[in-house]
Ligand binder design. Sequence first.
Ligand code: AMP
Length: 210
Amino acid sequence: MRMILVGPPGAGKGTQAARLLSTYEIPHISTGDMLRAAKKAGTEMGKKAAAFMDAGNLVPDEVVIGLVIDRIAEADCEEGFMLDGFPRTRPQAEALDTALTAAGVSLDVVLLIEVPDELIVERITGRRSDPATGTIYHLKFNPPPAALASKVVQRADDTEKACVARLKKYHSETAPIVPFYESKGLVRRVNGNAAPDVVTDRIKDVLSRN
Ligand code: AMP
């Protein structure tokens, strides 16, 4: 299964991807995670990406496209992959299409997780993660266990200011990829405004109808 997860920041893409992995045994490829790892490692690419990320802006297409095209050419992606946070612009979607066509394969589904804008800021600013495992929590909706309370960390771009910028970018740059995939009949929509378990069930239901 070759699948793309699309949705605004805080829609639950990362959370749902982690839950879907036990059902669909394919690599979860998150460009946000890859860029954060590069930033942490202090590589040239990480340094270049950091300023864009922390301000809530998109990292330039030429950086991200190369990263993903190389990753999906690896052997573990032969049977499929779950792309999370890519493509985020129309040129990224077109570059992915070209690479897949050249490899003689195609996408199976574009899963759009929809959450209204007015809920996003609260979701994002309350988000925390366990630095040891990457498990995502929310201070109000899914609090970390007491033993982790002092250990969880907040992403540098999960502030209100960066969140508002990311949401704007989502609408101006990323939302336009939806009609591109709709014209190919690939889009499945899921209402993401519910508890994570409920959303996972909705996703599995939608995917089983494929
Ligand atoms: P995410 O973890 O998906 O929310 O991504 C965090 C940040 O990484 C984004 O706000 C962007 O700055 C950057 N980023 C992740 N994926 C992409 C992408 N496909 N294109 C451009 N920037 C990206």
